[in-house]
Design a protein around this ligand. Structure first.
Ligand SMILES: Nc1ncnc2c1ncn2[C@@H]1O[C@H](COP(=O)(O)OP(=O)(O)OP(=O)(O)O)[C@@H](O)[C@H]1O
Ligand SMILES: [Mg+2]
Length: 455
C-alpha cells in the first residue's frame, strides 16, 4: 500500500510557521501528493472550500484559531475527512482530547516522517474506499438495476429486457437458474409489471409439499374429500385467480399430477378434489426450476407436453460468479438494507473485503451474498466491513473460483464440490449448518451429495 497508489490525493497543510509549511509541502509533494498550505484556521477553512482536500494536516498551537477548533469546524463540514494533528507539546490529555473530537491521528514535532507516511497511507486508503462507496451509492441511486433487482452488468441487463418483454403478455415462462439467483424475484417482477399486477401472486413449491397433498394444494378439495379434509380448501389456482401463479421447482412436480396440470393450463378450468362442478379460473402461470429444463424433460422428470405448454419464453438467470461486475453493488445494497434492519451504520466494504467477495465462487449465489452481508453488518462494529467479518471459508483458497484460484485446471463444479465438502467438514457433517453457511437449501446440499455419490 504505497502512498502513490492514488495519485491526485489532496492534502492541506495548516501551520503558522512558514518553515514548517515549506518542509511539509516539499516532503508531501515528493511523495506524490497534491499539496496546499494555509497559515491559520481562517485561511484553512477557505482552502478547504476551494481546494477540497482529502486529508488535512494541522498544527495544534496557532494564533487566533487553534488546531482543535479548526478540527471541529472542518468536521462539521465533512465528518469523514481525515484530520491529522501535529504538535510540539504532546500531552496525554491533548491526545485524548484530539481523538475525542475526531482527529484521525496525532503526531509530535519533530515529525517522524516514516510514521507520517504510514499514517497518510492508511488515511489515503480510507479516502479511496470512501470514494468507491460513494460511487456505488450514486450508482444505486441512479437505479442501476431493475425493480428490486440490483446490478447493471451486461448479463443481467439482458434478463431485465426479457422480463419486460414477457410481462406484457400472458404467455408461460420458465425461469431457470441455480439456487439463489433470483428466480422468484424475477417471477414477482413479471407479475408486478403485468396487467395482473393488481391481482394476487401465489407461489407453490412442488418440492416442499408431500406428494399426496400436492393435488389438493394445487386444485383444492371439498370438505370430506379424504381423511383429514375437515373443511373446503381453495387450491393455488383458485387463490391466484386474476393473478399469477408461480410453480416453483417444476421439475419436482409429481409425474402423476403433470397431465392434470396440463389440462388445467389448457382449459383454465379447475375441479377440486372430491368436488363436483368445474369452474373457470383466469391464471397466468410461471414456472421456476434450478435444473436445465430440457434436461429435466430428457431425464423424465418433466413431461414434454407440459414443458412446451409452459415454455413459451425461457429466462435464465446467470450464476453470480458469471456476473462479478455486480458483486460490489449488490454488497453495498445489502449493507444499506441491513443497516436499516439492524440499526447499524456500516458504510462500506474495505477494498480487501471486496476483493474477497469478488474472488469467491458463491455456490449459493445472491442469497448467499445477502446472508453473508447481513452477518457482516451485525459483526462490524465500525463503519467498515473488514475481511475478519466474513465467514472463514470465504478467506481461504477453497472458495475461490477457477481463474482466480491458484489451483490450475479446476472446474467450477469441482470448486463447488470442494467447497461443500469443506464446509461439511467444518460443521462436523451438519448439513443444516453447512447449508446455512453457504446460503443454500439443505435440499440442494442433499442433491449435490447424491450427485457426488456420497452418503
Ligand atoms: N439481483 C438481485 N438484486 C437484489 N436482490 C436479489 C437479486 N437476486 C436475488 N436477490 C435476493 O436474493 C434472495 C434469493 O432470491 P430468490 O429467492 O429469487 O432466488 P431463487 O432463484 O428463487 O432461489 P431458489 O432456487 O433457492 O428458490 C432473495 O432475497 C432475493 O430478493
Ligand atoms: Mg425460489
Amino acid at each position: 500500500m504505497g502512498t502513490k497508489k492514488h495519485p491526485g490525493t489532496r492534502i492541506l497543510v495548516v501551520d503558522d510557521e512558514p518553515a514548517m509549511r515549506e518542509v511539509l509541502e516539499l516532503r508531501l509533494a515528493g511523495w506524490g501528493f497534491e499539496v496546499r498550505t494555509a497559515p491559520d484556521g481562517a485561511q484553512a477553512k477557505e482552502a478547504a472550500e476551494s481546494f477540497q482536500p482529502d486529508i488535512v494536516i494541522s498544527d495544534v498551537v496557532m494564533p487566533r484559531m487553534t488546531g482543535m477548533e479548526l478540527l471541529e469546524s472542518l468536521r462539521a463540514g465533512d465528518p469523514d475527512r481525515p484530520v491529522i494533528l501535529v504538535t510540539a507539546q504532546a500531552t496525554v490529555d491533548l491526545a485524548v482530547e484530539a481523538m475525542k473530537r475526531g482527529a484521525r491521528d496525532f503526531i509530535t514535532k519533530p515529525i517522524d516522517y516514516p510514521k507520517l507516511r504510514a499514517i497518510l497511507a492508511r488515511a489515503e486508503e480510507e479516502v479511496a474506499e470512501r470514494r468507491e462507496s460513494r460511487r456505488l451509492e450514486a450508482e444505486l441511486e441512479r437505479g442501476a438495476g431493475f425493480g428490486d433487482f440490483v446490478g447493471g452488468g451486461r448479463a443481467m441487463r439482458e434478463v431485465y429486457a426479457l422480463i419486460e418483454t414477457v410481462a406484457s403478455s400472458d404467455a408461460g415462462v420458465i425461469i431457470s437458474g441455480e439456487s439463489g439467483t433470483g428466480k422468484e424475484l424475477a417471477a414477482r417482477t413479471i407479475h408486478r409489471l403485468s396487467k395482473r399486477a393488481e391481482g394476487p401472486f401465489v407461489a407453490v413449491n412442488s418440492s416442499a409439499i408431500p406428494e399426496n397433498l400436492m393435488e389438493s394444494e394445487m386444485f383444492g378439495h371439498e370438505r370430506g374429500a379424504f381423511t383429514g379434509a375437515a373443511s373446503m380448501h381453495a387450491g393455488c389456482f383458485e387463490r391466484a385467480h386474476r393473478g399469477t401463479l408461480l410453480l416453483d421447482e417444476i421439475a419436482e412436480m409429481p409425474l402423476a399430477l403433470q397431465p392434470k396440470l396440463l389440462r388445467v393450463l389448457e382449459d383454465q378450468k379447475v375441479r377440486r378434489v372430491g368436488g363436483g362442478a368445474e369452474f373457470s379460473v383466469d391464471v397466468r402461470v410461471l414456472a421456476a426450476t434450478n435444473r436445465e429444463p430440457r434436461e429435466a424433460v430428457a431425464g423424465g422428470k418433466l413431461r414434454e407436453d407440459l414443458f412446451y405448454r409452459l415454455n413459451v419464453f425461457t429466462i435464465t438467470l446467470p450464476p453470480l460468479r458469471e456476473r462479478r461486475e455486480d458483486i460490489a453493488l449488490l454488497a453495498q445494497a445489502f449493507i444499506t438494507r441491513f443497516n436499516r434492519k439492524h440499526n447499524a451504520r456500516v458504510e462500506a466494504c474495505k477494498g480487501e473485503t471486496l476483493e474477497l467477495l469478488r474472488a469467491y465462487a458463491w455456490p449459493g449465489n445472491v442469497r448467499e451474498l445477502k446472508n453473508t452481508m447481513e452477518r457482516a453488518v451485525i459483526l462490524a462494529r465500525g463503519p467498515w466491513i473488514e475481511p475478519s467479518h466474513l465467514p472463514p471459508y470465504l478467506l481461504g483458497p477453497a472458495g475461490r473460483t477457477p481463474g482466480l484460484a491458484p489451483a490450475p485446471g479446476i472446474t467450477a463444479a469441482e470448486a463447488e464440490k470442494e467447497l461443500i465438502l469443506g464446509t461439511l467438514r467444518l460443521t462436523g457433517n451438519n448439513k443444516a449448518e453447512a447449508a446455512r453457511r453457504l446460503g443454500l437449501d439443505v435440499k440442494t446440499i442433499r442433491n449435490k451429495l447424491k450427485a457426488y455419490g456420497i452418503k
